[in-house]
Design a binder for this molecule. Sequence first.
Ligand SMILES: Cc1cc2nc3c(=O)[nH]c(=O)nc-3n(C[C@H](O)[C@H](O)[C@H](O)COP(=O)(O)O)c2cc1C
Length: 161
Amino acid sequence: MKSLLIVWYSRTGAARQMADAAAAHEVNGVAIRLRQAEAAAPDDILNAHGLLFITPETLGSMAGAMKSFFERCYYPALGHLNGRPYGLMVAAGSDGAGAVRDIQRIAAGWRLREAMPPLIISTNAQTPEAINAPKNLGAEDRARCAEMGATFAEGLALGVF
Ligand SMILES: Cc1cc2nc3c(=O)[nH]c(=O)nc-3n(C[C@H](O)[C@H](O)[C@H](O)COP(=O)(O)O)c2cc1C
């Protein structure tokens, strides 16, 4: 049995819905596990065959809780993840590129292998009111996240990644 670990953080709901969608499809031979970034520990990532990181972009980078997860796990996992496949999804008000860039840099340090192109979902939150409001992703965005999660899991099951 393979395992796909989804490490996620969300403040107003978009990235949580992305994580739920990514985990929605059952794929034979793959256990999909969801871990909130605050709770994820080095053992979780060391024991996973594939890793999917899902975070909002804040202040031009990943959210602080996601960065804290990487800081907590970086050195315990360094040298033990070489070549392991990973994917990345970002919930962004308007951009998302900064969070992608920063996580790709950390993933490169871990020698992870990017299994799929990063997916940025825009919530169009650009005013203080919109940014603080609970998010409700549309069906199309949820479907894109579901497809990426399922494709990643199927790739693990087939040994493609
Ligand atoms: C403090 C703060 C800073 C933000 N900075 C950015 C940013 O730099 N780029 C961007 O595209 N969105 C930015 N946003 C918008 C969030 O990415 C957006 O609201 C997203 O939906 C949050 O994800 P969540 O609903 O999972 O919490 C920011 C939001 C907050 C609260």
